[in-house]
Design a protein around this ligand. Structure first.
Ligand SMILES: Nc1ncnc2c1ncn2[C@@H]1O[C@H](COP(=O)(O)OP(=O)(O)OP(=O)(O)O)[C@@H](O)[C@H]1O
Length: 598
């Protein structure tokens, strides 16, 4: 462990110790395998260390004119044993490293999907992806590096001891050379670590920028911004390259110093050794064995260098991976949960209720909604309207528990949200997002996304309801058509998302209408589905279309995070100025020519 401690000392950052602990926490479950790896490494080392001594035996036997069979046999045995044990260790540690990478990736992916939506959305998606894909790779080398460091340390000490057995004077020369090399390497190592950390951080930024730009590729092209965007992202790539080049240059210097130092040491030792042999202070066979040890010294020194570099990269990566764990997760279901849901809920009791709810997105942010009181009846269509930033989406986020109220509470079936688990609440809702309503995969995957056990009949029924059955039948691969590979229009995507939400009867259908104009067929399908659902359950829409507002049983007008007023279309037209202006804006939008396409 001495080597590990000295490496901590090299880390310029004062966070090195907790970061190393972070790394070792990934390795802890594999302690036994690592110990076995260490044992195998020591055995391979022992075989390697014995080889020069046996070579000396061969030479001495040759000088004495004895039989060569035994020493040569032992030499061969050592080579074969060393190779077999080395191979075993290599495979063991290679497999172990992959398990550790897999563990880290699994932990990250699990954490992402347990994290709060707000925490995830605050960070660029590409950066989150880089942490799971690229940072975890650095753990691979780091995992075997600890074993490698201990092995190399022991091999180094073993080699020096055996050199001492052969000739103490030459050992003194060797140690002096090793100390000089080690001092130079020690001075350069922290710079490698700093450059690698910076490179990984730039890599995260590169991932984030590239992912964001590719997502918005249509806007990028329409704005003729390809060159600017490319330049900005390439600048991030250049940053990665700059830091990586710095790391490569310092690494090259470390290696060159190590190699040259050893070569110089060999020449000095050869000269000094020859001079001592001439004076009969040293046998020729001992000098040869000593020189073999000097060459062998490169092995542990190389390993120490490589493993230290890998360990530093791993420590940096482990720190970044652990940052993921600082993202708060959604709380587990309360232990005292819930009496079973009544088979026939009281029809007069609201399905959802907001009681003086105030919520904000961060401790320093202003409230996004304030003192909201809202009742959503068990049946019927409630439309929410309001200017941009009024807090409509925030209401949905609260219902879906993406955001928790700061004050006040929400109730489902008359029971406070706090008494339900997140899953329990969401199992009663269906949600159609405005921006990205479909998930990667086939049409079937999308339709079964909420209810993986849905039958083909159920799927057909909802496709019919959103008037997509004929379109899907006309596709060569039908339901197995990949959404990415086919020409599925924005309106059709909306309808697929709606079909998914309609698949099993949710208590509340939450529909965030697309702000963009949709084709006539989509609009009609939406309207009909909403009507059907509203007849048997609750539908809440964030309305961006006049037809939706006209269809609603009650309309909630929001302004500056508060509910300004509520009522029917006729009541609000007569009583509320803001509502009249909003409807006028929707009317103008509705009168604009709309492209029709199925
Ligand atoms: N993720 C977020 N982080 C911080 N503030 C947010 C976040 N989302 C919304 N807000 C803020 O909360 C307020 C309400 O936003 P909200 O998205 O609920 O409005 P909206 O009525 O849905 O607007 P729009 O019609 O433009 O979608 C706004 O001031 C907005 O800036």
């Amino acid at each position: 462990m001495e080597h590990i401690c000295s490496i901590q000392g090299m880390e310029s950052s004062n966070r090195a110790l907790p970061r190393l602990r972070t790394l070792t926490s990934f390795l802890a479950p594999y302690r036994r395998t690592m110990l076995l790896g260490l044992g195998l490494g020591l055995a391979a080392n022992a075989a390697g260390l014995a080889t020069p001594m046996v070579t000396k035996w061969v030479l001495d036997t040759l000088g004495a004119g004895g039989s060569m069979a035994r020493p040569i046999g032992v030499l061969l045995l050592l080579v074969v044993l060393g190779a077999a044990v080395g191979l075993w260790q290599w495979r063991l540690l290679g497999t172990l490293a992959e398990h550790i990478v897999l563990d880290a990736r699994t932990a990250i992916v699990r954490h992402y999907f347990r994290a709060r939506v707000g925490d995830l959305q605050r960070r660029p998606t590409g950066e989150l992806v880089t942490r799971a894909t690229s940072d975890t790779q650095l753990l691979r080398e780091a995992s075997s590096s600890i074993v490698g460091l201990v092995n190399a340390g022991i091999a180094l000490v073993g080699t020096l001891v055996l050199m001492g057995v052969l000739d103490l004077f030459l050992l003194g020369c060797t140690i002096a050379a090793v100390l000089v090399v080690a001092a130079v390497m020690g001075a350069l190592m922290p710079r490698i670590a700093a450059a690698q950390t910076a490179a990984q951080e730039s890599m995260g930024r590169l991932g984030g920028a590239l992912e964001g730009a590719l997502r918005a590729v249509r806007t990028v092209k329409a704005s003729r911004a390809e060159a600017r965007v490319t330049e900005r992202i390439v600048a991030d790539a250049r940053q990665v390259a700059t830091h990586s080049v710095r790391s490569a240059v310092v690494t090259a210097s470390v290696w060159t110093i190590a190699w040259t130092g050893i070569q110089l040491a060999v020449i000095v030792i050869l000269g000094v050794g020859a001079w001592r042999a001439q004076r009969d202070l040293l046998e020729i066979s001992s000098l040869i064995a000593f020189l073999l040890y000097v060459f062998q010294l490169m092995g542990p020194i190389t390993e120490l260098t490589q493993n230290t570099t890998a360990l530093q990269a791993g420590i940096a990566a482990a720190g970044r991976i652990r940052e993921v764990e600082s993202m708060a997760v959604e709380p587990a279901a309360p232990a005292t949960t819930a009496t079973a849901r009544p088979a026939t809920p009281d029809p007069d009791q609201p399905v959802l209720e907001f009681r003086r709810v105030t919520a904000r997105y961060g401790p320093d942010a202003p409230p996004a909604v304030r003192e909201v009181d809202l009742v959503v009846p068990r049946r019927g269509h409630t439309a929410i309207v309001g200017p941009s930033g009024a807090g409509k989406t925030t209401l949905f986020s609260l219902v879906l528990r993406f955001l928790e109220p700061e004050h006040g509470q929400l109730l489902l079936d008359g029971r406070p949200y706090a008494t339900y688990g997140h899953d329990e609440v969401r199992s009663r809702l269906a949600y159609v997002e405005q921006e990205t309503p479909v998930v990667p995969g086939t049409i079937r995957d999308n339709l079964r996304f909420t209810h993986p056990d849905a039958s083909d009949e159920e799927i057909r029924a909802v496709l019919r309801a959103v008037r997509l059955d004929e379109k899907v039948d006309s596709l060569p691969e039908g339901l197995d058509t990949l959404l990415s590979s086919t020409e599925v229009s924005g309106g059709q995507r909306q309808r697929i998302a709606l079909a998914r939400a309609m698949l099993r009867t949710p208590d509340v259908l939450l529909l965030d209408e697309a702000t963009a104009q949709v084709d006539g067929l989509t609009e009609a399908a939406l309207q009909e589905c909403v009507r059907q659902r509203a007849a048997v359950g609750a539908v809440v829409t964030i309305a961006h279309r006049l037809s939706t507002v006209l269809d609603a049983d009650r309309i909630v007008v929001m302004e500056n995070g508060r509910i300004r007023t509520q009522g029917t279309h006729a009541e609000l037209l007569a009583s509320d100025d803001l509502y009249r202006r909003l409807v006028e804006a929707l009317r103008i939008a509705a009168e604009e020519p709309v492209a029709v396409g199925a």
